[in-house]
Design a protein around this ligand. Structure first.
Ligand code: NFE
Ligand code: MG
Length: 472
């Protein structure tokens, strides 16, 4: 007989997520993800000066604020058609790269590793679930404190050019306000060399170790297999370290032909008004609660009306640098490999940097619309702005990677990528469904980003509380 388990909140993610899974015959047969917090950042910036948008919207999240600032700055700059000078571009790449490195190290060592190996023998790692924890990976947790130090170094490195972390001040429309000096380049370079060593010698080998012990997780947690990247890290000309593109399941090469009008946000199952499936430039943010069969504060973004996975695996597949498969472990491996790719590129960008001020005093905002498409550590991120004739923001929309991944059903009733990935996952012990957490964590969901205040009602049939004091 099928049983229903509710995990609320799901721990070791950012933000607030509730998952309801149906388990029948030792396998997950249905899954429903619910973002349980309304925040409304898109409404917060309406009526404000466009220059405020990067400062305010990066408060959406403390883990990927740099990506929100970057998407916002790009959207605002696109209104007047201003394009960044090379030194600005390099600075932004270095700040964004620092943020990716810290986020990926945090995700693996703090949020994911204990899905596979016991935590340390004290709080907050105990008490913990023990179902399907296999021996041979104890060395990973021996690296825990080194990983924390590495993450701190990545933050300190980014702050050299971003002003502070998180929620940097220096990346603004028209450039970066920090001055570039030889001393700062030297300091950045020292951090980068140390972090590159950590990624090569510790992080990647640790992820590969998990691959050796949990080989079955190369065929668990696939989802729809459609991959999407907006692309990021501008290089010379139109090139980017990660190109934009999409690849549907079964398609052999990525396509690049899509734009904002091919994206629609479905809200039939979300607590928002207007079920028309609007494109982000026309998007609305009107909360409606309760509402019919709605079960999430996340909208359901779709490309060509289909669900797509965003994130490191999507980026690496679209870039033609990963082709092994789509699964829990493919996501972890692609994330680790792209961390090294970014660190190496940062070395090159640092060498190209010229001393001086990377800010254009002639920059001006203008009126009209603009979009900023970039990548956050968790995947494709877009900000869309409209500036009215009063030079104030009249419309603002954000579509985050976790909305792509953790979205509820769309207007056609098709489940989001993470919901689909959970289905067919085997569960050994129904009271400790760690397998579901492995699938969820592989996407590195951030619900703080995804719901842009209160908890929905309804009595769970069975509740598993995995609060902050529970290591698993
Ligand atoms: Ni709050 Fe974020 C990232 C964005 S997730 S972490 O990466 O954008 O959807
Ligand atoms: Mg949104």
């Amino acid at each position: 007989m099928a049983i229903i388990k509710i995990i609320d909140p799901v721990s070791r993610i950012e933000g607030h997520l509730k998952v309801e899974i149906e388990i029948d015959g030792g396998v997950i047969t249905d899954a429903k993800l619910s973002g349980t917090l309304f925040r409304g950042f898109e409404k917060l910036v309406e009526g404000r000066a466009p220059e405020d948008a990067p400062i305010i919207t990066q408060r959406i999240c403390g883990v990927c604020p740099i990506s929100h600032a970057q998407a916002s700055v790009m959207a605002v700059e696109a209104v007047s058609g201003w394009t960044p000078l090379k030194n600005v571009r390099l600075m932004r790449n270095l700040i964004l790269g620092s943020n990716f490195i810290q986020s990926h190290i945090l995700h693996f060592y703090v949020l994911s590793a204990v899905d596979f190996t016991p935590g340390l023998a004290h709080a907050p790692w105990t008490p913990a679930w023990t179902s399907d924890i296999r021996p041979g990976l104890e060395v990973i947790m021996e690296h825990f404190t080194t990983a924390l130090a590495a993450r701190r170094q990545a933050h300190e490195m980014g702050a050299i050019f971003s002003g502070k972390m998180p929620h940097a001040a220096a990346n603004v429309p028209g450039g970066v306000t920090a001055t570039i000096t030889a001393d700062k380049i030297q300091a950045f370079s020292t951090y980068l060399a140390s972090l590159t060593g950590f990624i090569e010698n510790t992080y990647i080998p640790d992820v590969e170790r998990i691959g050796g012990v949990y080989e079955d997780y190369f065929s668990i947690g696939a989802g729809p297999g459609n991959m999407l990247a907006f692309g990021a890290f501008e290089e010379d000309g139109d090139a980017r370290l990660f190109p934009a593109g999409y690849q549907e399941s079964g398609q052999s090469d990525p396509s690049v032909n899509f734009n904002s009008s091919d994206i629609s946000e479905h809200v039939l199952y979300s607590w928002f008004a207007n079920d028309a499936g609007l494109a982000p430039p026309q998007g609305e943010t009107e909360p409606v609660y309760p509402k019919g069969d709605a079960y999430s504060w996340l909208k359901a973004p779709r490309l060509f009306n289909k669900p797509f996975e965003a994130g490191p695996l999507a980026r690496m597949i679209i870039a033609g640098e990963y082709s092994a498969g789509v699964s829990v472990l493919d996501r972890h491996l692609a994330r680790a490999y792209e961390t090294l790719k970014i660190a190496r590129a940062m070395n090159r960008w640092l060498a190209d940097l010229q001393t001086g001020s990377p800010f254009d005093p002639d920059y001006s905002v203008g009126t009209g619309s603009g979009e900023g498409l970039t990548e956050a550590p968790r995947g494709a991120l877009g900000h869309w702005i409209t500036v009215g004739s009063d030079e104030k923001i009249s419309r603002y929309q954000v579509v985050t990677p976790t909305c792509w991944n953790a979205s509820p059903k769309d207007n056609s009733g098709v489940r989001g990528p993470l919901e689909q990935a959970l289905i067919k996952t085997p569960v050994l012990n129904e009271s400790e469904p760690v397998e579901a957490l492995r699938v969820i964590h592989s996407f590195d969901p951030c619900l703080a980003c995804a719901v842009h205040a209160f908890k929905p009602g309804g009595e769970p049939i069975g509740t598993l509380h995995t609060g902050a004091s529970n290591g698993r």
